[in-house]
Design a protein around this ligand. Structure first.
Ligand code: ADP
Length: 510
C-alpha cells in the first residue's frame, strides 16, 4: 500500500489523489468505506469532502459542517492526532447523522490527520460495520499512509490552485472588451483573447506562436506590421503607451504595453492591451471640423453684413434712404448664418442621441410644417413647388420634430442645389405598411463618382456648379440617422446637371 501511495506523487489531479488514497487504505485495513475532508492550501476552509455516500449538495454541506464542528473529524483536527473508535455506540465523538440507519452501519472507526509541511490539511475517516474491527496496528499503518500521501496531496493541491487561477484568468481574458495580446521577447504571440482574435479576424491556431511581423504577412494585415514597428519604437523609448490606426477598418487604438516581469522586461515578454478609441476620435475630429467649418463659414456672411452696414451708415449720414436690395442681401447673409448655427445645434443633438419620442401624428401636418419653413427660400430663388400628396395618408408614429428636421434638410437641399427658377416636387404616399416621402428637384445633381459617400458626415460633392453654395455636409447624415432610428431607410437618385430625388420610407406603426 505504501509503495502504491508513494506512486501517487506522479498524479496531479487532486480528486484522483484523494480517491486513490481512500481506496488503497480502505482495502488494506479491510474498512467498509472511507471519507476525506480536505482543507484548502491555507488550511482555512474545506476544499473537498469526499464521501462514499451520494449526498445532494445541500446535505453534503450540512453533513460536512456537523462532522467538522461536532464529530470525530472535528475532534481529530482540533487535537491534531489520530483517533480509533472501537465502538461508536459508546464513544461520544461519533455523531449520529441519520439515527437508526447509521447505527447499524458504522460501529468502528479510524480517523487520521494529514499534515503538509507540518500544517494540518485534512482528515481521513475509515469505517466498519462491526465494533472492534480496527486495531492499533491499523492505526499506525494508516498514519504512515497519510504521511506518505502528504507530498502528493501538496503537489496536487498546488496544481489545482494553478488551474483554478488559470480558469479565472481565462474568464477575465474572455470577458474584457479590450484586445489583449501576450507576446514573448521575440514578439511571438503566446496568448490572444477573443477580442484580439476578432480584431485580427483569425482563429487562435492561426496566431499562436507566430511573430507579429510573420503574422502580418501571413494574415496580410498591415496593422500588425505597424503594431510591431510601433512596439519596438515604444520599447526603445521606454514608452508604455502609443496610438495606432487601422487604416483598413478606419479604427483608432490606444495600445498599453506592460512587461510580464518588470525586472527582466527584455526576456519575459509583454502584455499588450488595445483599446478601440475610434468613437472618441470621431467625436474629436467632428468637433474640430465643426469649429473650423463654423468659423470659416461664418466669416463670410459676417463680412457681408459689415460691408452693407458700412454703406447704409454712410447713406444715413448723408440723409439718404438705404437701397432696399442691400437689406435683402443682408437678410440672405443672416439666413446663411442661421443655417450654420442650426447645423451646429443638430450635430450637438445627434451626439447626445436623445431618445426618440413616439407620438401619433397626421403626416400632412408634418409635411405642411416643413413646407412652410421652406417658403422663404423658394420665394428668394423663385422656385416652383409642386405638391403630389396622396389623399388619406395614414397616421404615423414617431418623433414629430426630428422627422420635421429631416424633411427640412431634404427640402433645403432641393432648393439650395437648384438654380433660380427651378422646380421642386414633393411627393408622399402610404402603401404596404410604409409611408414614403420624396423631394425631386431639377437642379445641379450629383456627379456619379461622388454619390456613394453622399450620406457620410461632412461629405460634400465637389463640382464647379455648386462651389458657390455653402454647407457643412452634415444635413444628409442627420436625415439618415433619424430615419434609420425610426426603422426606415433613405435613398436617392441623381444625375449631374439634371437633378436629384431624395426620399425615405418609414414603417407605419399602429
Ligand atoms: P450640405 O448641404 O450642408 O453640404 P448635406 O449633408 O445636406 O450637407 O448634403 C451633402 C452633399 O450632398 C451636399 O454638399 C451636396 O453636394 C449633395 N446634395 C445634397 N442634396 C442635394 C440635391 N438635392 N442636389 C444636389 N446635391 C445635393
Amino acid at each position: 500500500m505504501l509503495v502504491q501511495i508513494a506512486r501517487l506523487l506522479a498524479t496531479l489531479d487532486l480528486d484522483d489523489v484523494l480517491q486513490q488514497t481512500i481506496q488503497l487504505t480502505t482495502q488494506t485495513v479491510g474498512a467498509a468505506r472511507g471519507t476525506f475532508f480536505l482543507l484548502d492550501a491555507q488550511g482555512e476552509s474545506l476544499q473537498r469532502f469526499i464521501s462514499a455516500q451520494a449526498y445532494d449538495a445541500e446535505t453534503r454541506e450540512i453533513v460536512s459542517r456537523r462532522v467538522l464542528e461536532q464529530g470525530l473529524a472535528g475532534w481529530v483536527m482540533m487535537n491534531q492526532q489520530s483517533a480509533l473508535i472501537e465502538d461508536t455506540l459508546t464513544d461520544p465523538r461519533w455523531v449520529v447523522l441519520d439515527a437508526e440507519k447509521e447505527r447499524a452501519r458504522v460501529r468502528s472507526v479510524l480517523c487520521v490527520p494529514f499534515f503538509v509541511e507540518g500544517e494540518l490539511r485534512g482528515v481521513m475517516t475509515l469505517e466498519h460495520p462491526q465494533p472492534y474491527h480496527f486495531t492499533q496496528a491499523h492505526l499506525r499503518l494508516v498514519e504512515a499512509a497519510a504521511n506518505q500521501a502528504a507530498a502528493s496531496l501538496r503537489n496536487a493541491q498546488l496544481f489545482d490552485r494553478v488551474q483554478a487561477q488559470q480558469r479565472e484568468l481565462q474568464a477575465i481574458l474572455d470577458s474584457v472588451s479590450e484586445s489583449l495580446l501576450v507576446l514573448d521577447r521575440l514578439f511571438c504571440v503566446r496568448l490572444a483573447n477573443p477580442a484580439a482574435l476578432a480584431l485580427l479576424g483569425a482563429q487562435e491556431s492561426d496566431v499562436l506562436g507566430f511573430n507579429l511581423e510573420a503574422l502580418a504577412a501571413r494574415l496580410d494585415n498591415p496593422f500588425l506590421a505597424q503594431l510591431a514597428q510601433k512596439l519596438t519604437a515604444a520599447l526603445q523609448d521606454a514608452q508604455s503607451r502609443f496610438e495606432l490606426r487601422d487604416e483598413r477598418a478606419k479604427r483608432d487604438f490606444v495600445v498599453n504595453v506592460a512587461s510580464i516581469d518588470a525586472r527582466r522586461a527584455a526576456e519575459s515578454g509583454y502584455v499588450l492591451a488595445l483599446s478601440d478609441v475610434s468613437s472618441l476620435k470621431d467625436l474629436t475630429r467632428l468637433k474640430t471640423h465643426m469649429i473650423q467649418m463654423a468659423s470659416h463659414d461664418l466669416k463670410n456672411p459676417i463680412g457681408v453684413l459689415r460691408n452693407y452696414l458700412d454703406v447704409i451708415r454712410a447713406d444715413v449720414d448723408s440723409g439718404l434712404l438705404p437701397d432696399r436690395r442691400f437689406l435683402e442681401n443682408m437678410y440672405k447673409a443672416l439666413a446663411r448664418m442661421e443655417a450654420l448655427v442650426v447645423n451646429l445645434l443638430n450635430v450637438q443633438r445627434a451626439e447626445e442621441t436623445e431618445p426618440l419620442s413616439r407620438e401619433l401624428f397626421d403626416p400632412y401636418e408634418l409635411i405642411n410644417a416643413a413646407l412652410e419653413d421652406m417658403l422663404p427660400s423658394l420665394h428668394v430663388r423663385q422656385q416652383t413647388l409642386i405638391q403630389n400628396l396622396q389623399p388619406n395618408l395614414r397616421p404615423l408614429k414617431g418623433d414629430f420634430s426630428r422627422l420635421r428636421e429631416a424633411i427640412n434638410n431634404l427640402l433645403d437641399n432641393a432648393s439650395k442645389y437648384t438654380p433660380e427658377g427651378g422646380e421642386i416636387v414633393v411627393s408622399a404616399y402610404s402603401e404596404d405598411e410604409r409611408f414614403t416621402f420624396s423631394v425631386k428637384d431639377n437642379g445641379y445633381g450629383i456627379p456619379a463618382d461622388q454619390q456613394a459617400a453622399i450620406f457620410q458626415p461632412h461629405f460634400r460633392a465637389t463640382q464647379a456648379a455648386t462651389r458657390h453654395i455653402s454647407g457643412s455636409g452634415i444635413g444628409l447624415s442627420l436625415v439618415k440617422e433619424v430615419i434609420e432610428r425610426h426603422g426606415g431607410q433613405v435613398w436617392f437618385v441623381s444625375k449631374e446637371g439634371q437633378g436629384s430625388t431624395f426620399g425615405f420610407w418609414l414603417p407605419i406603426l399602429t
